[in-house]
Design a protein around this ligand. Structure first.
Ligand SMILES: Cc1ncc(COP(=O)(O)O)c(C=O)c1O
Length: 360
């Protein structure tokens, strides 16, 4: 169904203040935002208005009990200058699944898609023209009841904010696999993109940074030896030319980049294994000279190479990091070339931003 979206435009765009060559990640927001409330069993107050602060009750139950989820996705331009999303329906689906796990009212797919198309169409001038840059989209959903007490909220707010981000020239990262803290266990909320998962990661991540690493490589919560994921990325190991990534067992975020990578690799002659990976197996492969590459994949960096991995007394320097034509670079180009339209979109993953959306 098509929802009626009330649109109030800014009187003057902030865009002229933006230096597209120098955009700090996560600090610049485009002119408009989308907002919709779920009240008395229906979506209402659906509008786009100038990006602005909002009032929240001090008793807002999301602040107290954490019913809060989000998504992260990008709008980019093809080489012909056409704004596109990559597989937006998968983000709508994951957003709904996160909501269900957190006992929240899921946002209908058609409302999610209408929100991203309408808002990005209005603010499309904010999509950076440079290759590797993007307009980052942050859909979020949180409880709106003003109520102290542990029960699901009856009312929710769905919002969408966007902001331009520059190319992510990530240096190869140093990872610490440690056993003191866990991110998620099967049966918990690891598969949901919910705020608390990120809060829980901050102390271990801060300790890892203090110890000279960039991020934590999470291990499973029970045996503390099976590899899960890293920071905001899913992880791949290149063992003698075979790529191995952990299966999503309910405790790992089902990354959309991971899914795209696995499906793109289906069309290559690179062999792939999706299975449980014991960290001790990785150490053994490194000892034998079979561990060639480690890299993370996710929306923000696309692909981020790992230069070093530590676990207990083992400190592994990864041999093929940064090398021309390694598999990590090949995968990054496959995704970026698809987004820019340099390679054919055989699977129909690119969705043009709908510029015919009627504004009421
Ligand atoms: C915990 C976590 N794992 C993995 C990912 C990668 O997922 P995606 O490829 O959908 O961005 C993200 C980012 O969303 C994340 O936050």
């Amino acid at each position: 169904m098509a929802y009626n979206i009330k649109v109030t435009k800014v009187s003057e765009s902030k865009l002229q203040n933006l230096d597209f060559d120098n955009i700090p990640f996560g600090r610049v927001f485009s002119d408009h935002m989308f907002i919709a409330d779920y009240i008395d069993g229906k979506w209402t107050n659906i509008e786009i208005k100038p990006y602005q602060d909002m009032q929240i009750s001090p008793a807002n139950s999301a602040l107290h009990y954490g019913q809060s989820i989000f998504e992260g996705m990008k709008a980019t331009k093809t080489v012909d200058g056409n704004p596109v999303f990559l597989r937006p329906e998968l983000h709508a689906e994951r957003f709904a699944n996160s909501a269900k796990r957190m006992c929240m009212q899921p946002v209908p797919t058609d409302l999610f898609l209408q929100a991203i198309h309408t808002l990005v169409d209005l603010d499309k001038a904010w999509i950076p023209p440079r290759e590797g840059s993007a307009l980052y989209l942050r859909p979020l959903l949180f409880a709106m009841d003003s109520f102290l007490g542990v029960r699901p909220s009856d009312s929710y707010r769905f919002m969408l904010i966007t902001g331009p981000v520059g190319p992510y020239y990530a240096k190869p990262v140093r990872l610490l696999a440690q056993e003191e803290y866990i991110r998620a266990a099967v049966g918990g909320v690891g598969e949901a993109k919910t705020a608390g998962n990120y809060a829980a990661s901050l102390l271990p991540a801060t300790k890892a940074i203090d110890a000279g690493y960039d991020q934590v490589l999470w291990l499973d919560g029970i045996e503390k030896k099976y590899v899960q994921e890293v920071g905001t990325m899913n992880i791949f190991f290149n063992i003698n030319g075979t790529l191995i990534t952990p299966e999503t067992d309910g405790a790992i975020l089902k990354g959309i980049t991971r899914k795209c990578v696995l499906e793109l690799l289906d069309d290559t002659d690179i062999s792939v294994e999706v299975r449980q990976i014991d960290i001790n197996e990785i150490i053994e492969h490194h000892k034998n000279g079979n561990l060639l590459e480690v890299f993370g994949v996710g929306t923000a960096a696309v692909v981020s190479e790992v230069s070093h991995l530590s676990y207990r007394d083992s400190h592994l320097d990864i041999p093929n990091v940064g090398k021309d034509n390694n598999v990590a670079k090949m995968i990054k180009s496959m995704i970026e070339d698809l987004r820019t339209g340099k390679t054919e979109d055989k699977n129909g993953w690119l969705v043009p931003v709908d510029s015919k959306t009627e504004l009421v």
